[in-house]
Design a protein around this ligand. Sequence first.
Ligand SMILES: Nc1ncnc2c1ncn2[C@@H]1O[C@H](COP(=O)(O)OP(=O)(O)OP(=O)(O)O)[C@@H](O)[C@H]1O
Ligand SMILES: CC(C)(CO)[C@@H](O)C(=O)[O-]
Ligand code: BAL
Length: 280
Amino acid sequence: MQLFTTKKDLDSFLYPLRKGKSIGLVPTMGALHTGHLSLVKKSVAENHITVISIFVNPTQFNNQDDLEKYPKTLDADISLLSSVSDDLIVFAPSVSEIYAEEVASKAYDFEGLEKVMEGEFRQGHFEGVGTIVEKLFRLTMPNKAYFGEKDFQQLQIIKKLVEITQLPIEIIGCPILREPNGLAMSSRNERLTPSQRDTAAFIYSTLLEAKNKFGTKSAVSITDWVKDQFENHESLQLEYFKITDENNLQPVLEKEINTTYRAFIAVYAGDVRLIDNILL
Ligand SMILES: Nc1ncnc2c1ncn2[C@@H]1O[C@H](COP(=O)(O)OP(=O)(O)OP(=O)(O)O)[C@@H](O)[C@H]1O
Ligand SMILES: CC(C)(CO)[C@@H](O)C(=O)[O-]
Ligand code: BAL
């Protein structure tokens, strides 16, 4: 395992190594779990060199409290990564290493993908994500980069980012890994109490029921049904539930079954915000 905290050290190490070899990049914010490891394993299987970045990127947080409470577990992350391979490269820079002059986002036009759902409820989020991911791409110049479908909207935005920047990087989407009770694995799950973790299984069971209803009920009536499920729920607050076409993230209204329709949800358990999605 090689750990670097500066761009210069990472670059000096990668530069001679990359000749004739493929590089896979797995960007993360740390507090690693089995979901992250699935991305790392896929990269290791498909590339000669795998770089994992661990950086809690301030510019993608619209909520200071969420940023401050984001779990940071670098030592545990490194030992978890060692269980996958001794041959990994970890890049864990400081905020000042990444944002030397100003902690600010670049402006992007993601053609509306950034305006709905996560973009609507986390203002500026995708400009922050685009900014850090473009920096990581330019620094490591990977052949492939791996992103989880748990953050499906982010995955679509990153595909658009590669189009905009014309960087020759293949974006690989990876399936959502779940806890045995169905809850999507997420670093923020560490902030849930055991009872909140149990209750949060309701998010995925609701998505499964919505999927069941799709085709016989309209998207509007399913959305109303989901809202009803969360209305007055003791410990979960629905922020949004949307049925969209996964390619353009535009709302779907009719009953018609289409292979690219997907339901997206964001829910608060206390002050912890959880997201999930399912292909309908
Ligand atoms: N359960 C999961 N299954 C597959 N990929 C995942 C899962 N959880 C996270 N990922 C992916 O890992 C990458 C890094 O995500 P990140 O570090 O933000 O962790 P996270 O678990 O999504 O945390 P949080 O949602 O709390 O920020 C992203 O591409 C994300 O989609
Ligand atoms: C892609 C990412 C590492 C950028 O900070 C983050 O948004 C994440 O972990 O999904
Ligand atoms: N996993 C997405 C990163 C974020 O919530 O900011």
